[in-house]
Ligand binder design. Structure first.
Ligand SMILES: *[C@@H]1O[C@H](CO)[C@@H](O)[C@H](O)[C@H]1NC(C)=O
Ligand SMILES: *[C@@H]1O[C@H](CO)[C@@H](O)[C@H](O)[C@H]1NC(C)=O
Ligand SMILES: *[C@@H]1O[C@H](CO)[C@@H](O)[C@H](O)[C@H]1NC(C)=O
Ligand SMILES: *[C@@H]1O[C@H](CO)[C@@H](O)[C@H](O)[C@H]1NC(C)=O
Ligand SMILES: *[C@@H]1O[C@H](CO)[C@@H](O)[C@H](O)[C@H]1NC(C)=O
Ligand SMILES: *[C@@H]1O[C@H](CO)[C@@H](O)[C@H](O)[C@H]1NC(C)=O
Ligand SMILES: *[C@@H]1O[C@H](CO)[C@@H](O)[C@H](O)[C@H]1NC(C)=O
Ligand SMILES: *[C@@H]1O[C@H](CO)[C@@H](O)[C@H](O)[C@H]1NC(C)=O
Length: 496
């Protein structure tokens, strides 16, 4: 069964005129608000709809406000290039980008020839970057490869990516912000985008009942999606109280001349974009934005594919820790009291060879089929001290064999071994299989051991261990004692 390509196959482009001499029309999709004309990419036989707004632009008086859904209709609009990305700090320069406050858009990549009624499963990629950087148009997140693979393995799917507000634009916190109900704007953007996708994806040929969100985030279960893929779902620390956020808010207000305003928030809305941008860049360290406390137990009760990389912790760990005392101070500064810090220090002794992974034992018990993984494969040119750190699995899962978006000396598969290429093939197929069938095992490669559902009834379970030699299931009991302890004190000590 290959329900695609009928329309696409006729699009043999020759200066916009097909071989039959009939003028080709660009791909179209008619949404609630109007019709978008996308871009046909013949090399992948895909239709791209790029830069589609999913919210009113958060500019002018809508800055630092909850995102508003679209309320205007139109006839036909173009969706043929990526829109500017949200202001962020620390982006790689390996790929060109344009930043703007007007950035709440999404992109739809579909196998050519789909239309309302095709009902393909949908994967929604929500990029990471610690809530301070990165953007969906980044070449490293090129969705053409995984969509093409989905077609090749006869599990065609649609992929969507989206941008949301970052750093102070999306995650400013303070008493002022909380009392006006405008905290966590970046997450609210994501949520509104998911609602937009639910309402409109059928028009592109997607099935609104088969949406999987894929990224580094969780969501509330409002029936907006049926599955979650969480890579590196890891939040090392965030504010325990508003002391620091308030100070940062005050510093930012002062820097742009808003300190004495009777309504600082209103004043911040009136500051010219470039002035606010440079103040944020100067005042606000790039690693200091996290959502303000979200209530416990609001995880969506949908099938979950979740995992981390063997040394996931290293990328985010504070550096410059050379003594046990440094380590103790660092743990203390995240929230735990002295007694618990002592216990954590003894559970995580200074033995670099055991790595700093992240684990999720406590999060699986929500009664839906979940699949856990650990990824353990070094990319060339990754600094040795990072090990298999954060972000390393991205090129594999995206099947980005071309190295799109990477610095030329960091192209992940440049001198790839056979094992690396096979691993990328397997991982991308498993991700597709999860999106399409809610089970990663229908990948179509023989001789791969079963990836079992995570079953926590014994206190730990099996996870899939991705490595280039022999990908397989293994017991997820790595540092069980330590992670169980940290999970047990999450609420009292870390406030989450
Ligand atoms: C525009 O689209 C949004 C999102 O699908 C929808 O909620 C809204 O009702 C639409 N409004 C109009 C006027 O078409
Ligand atoms: C859309 O919403 C904005 C913000 O609330 C409002 O200013 C504008 O008048 C609305 N437009 C329509 C057509 O309702
Ligand atoms: C992915 O990269 C290829 C090659 O550069 C390009 O043709 C294609 O349009 C890109 N796809 C997306 C979704 O950006
Ligand atoms: C898809 O087509 C059906 C009828 O076949 C129609 O009811 C529905 O509104 C269409 N959906 C979209 C998003 O265009
Ligand atoms: C807030 O957290 C900081 C550490 O980030 C701590 O020093 C301070 O005592 C805390 N304040 C309150 C009121 O708990
Ligand atoms: C706020 O500014 C003061 C004075 O420059 C500085 O000492 C302090 O570290 C800043 N606080 C934050 C949270 O950035
Ligand atoms: C830490 O442990 C000591 C000895 O058990 C106890 O007296 C003290 O109350 C504990 N402190 C906290 C903050 O729990
Ligand atoms: C989990 O394992 C236990 C003990 O082996 C078994 O009784 C139970 O049925 C399993 N649950 C699932 C969902 O597979």
């Amino acid at each position: 069964m290959l329900p695609l390509g009928f329309l696409g196959a006729t699009l043999v482009l020759c200066h916009g005129v097909s071989s039959l001499g009939i003028r080709d029309s660009p791909p179209r999709a008619t949404l609630k608000n109007g019709t978008y004309e996308g871009l046909h990419v013949s090399s992948y036989n895909q239709d791209l709809f790029l830069g589609i707004p999913y919210a009113q632009p958060p500019v002018g008086d809508l800055r630092l406000r909850n995102p508003l859904s679209l309320n205007e209709s139109f006839d036909v609009k173009q969706a043929v290039e990526y829109a500017p990305s949200c202001y962020g700090y620390g982006n790689s320069d390996a790929w060109p980008y344009v930043l703007s406050e007007d950035c709440l858009t999404l992109n739809v990549i579909r196998p050519a020839g789909q239309q309302n009624g095709s009902k393909l499963p949908v994967a929604v990629w929500i990029h990471g970057g610690g809530y301070v950087m990165d953007y969906s148009a980044n070449g490293v997140y090129n969705l053409s490869f995984i969509v093409q693979k989905s077609v090749e393995i006869q599990k065609p799917m649609i992929a969507v990516s989206l941008d949301y507000r970052l750093s102070a634009w999306g995650f400013l916190a303070s008493d002022e912000i909380l009392s006006h109900g405008v905290a966590n704007l970046g997450l609210k953007d994501q949520y509104l985008a998911l609602r937009f996708i639910k309402e409109n994806i059928a028009a592109f040929g997607g099935d609104p009942e088969k949406i999987t969100i894929w990224g580094e985030t969780y969501g509330r279960d409002d029936g907006l999606f049926r599955g979650v893929i969480a890579e590196s779902a890891f939040e090392p620390s965030h504010a325990n109280n508003l002391t620091l956020p308030n100070e940062r808010y005050a510093n930012l207000s002062a820097a742009v001349g808003c300190s004495d305003a009777s309504d600082t928030l209103d004043c911040l809305r009136k500051v010219p974009t470039d002035v606010l941008d440079s103040a944020i860049a100067k005042i606000v360290p790039t690693t200091s934005f996290y959502p303000v406390l979200l209530a416990q137990g609001t995880f969506a009760k949908v099938p979950l594919l979740i995992g981390s990389n063997s040394d996931e912790g290293t990328t985010f760990s504070p550096s410059g820790i050379n003594t046990d005392e440094d380590f103790t101070q660092s743990v203390l500064s995240d929230g735990p009291d002295e007694n618990n810090t002592a216990i954590i220090s003894s559970l995580y002794p200074d033995i670099p060879s055991v790595g700093i992974p992240v684990s999720y034992h406590a999060w699986y018990n929500h009664g839906v089929p979940s699949y856990a993984f650990q990824f353990d494969s070094l990319l060339p040119n990754s600094p040795a001290y990072l090990g298999t750190g954060h972000f390393q699995e991205i090129a594999y899962v995206f099947y980005n064999i071309e190295g799109e978006g990477y610095e030329s000396d960091q192209v992940p598969f440049k001198d790839a071994t056979e094992g690396m290429l096979k691993l990328a093939d397997l991982m991308s197929r498993m991700w597709i299989s999860f999106v399409v069938d809610q089970d990663p095992n229908n990948h179509g490669i023989s001789d791969i051991p079963e990836w079992p559902v995570y079953n926590n009834s014994l206190g730990y379970a099996s996870e899939f261990y991705f490595n280039t030699e022999s990908p397989r299931a293994q017991l997820d009991n790595y540092r069980l004692e330590g992670t169980t302890f940290i999970n047990a004190i999450q609420e009292t000590q870390y406030g989450r």
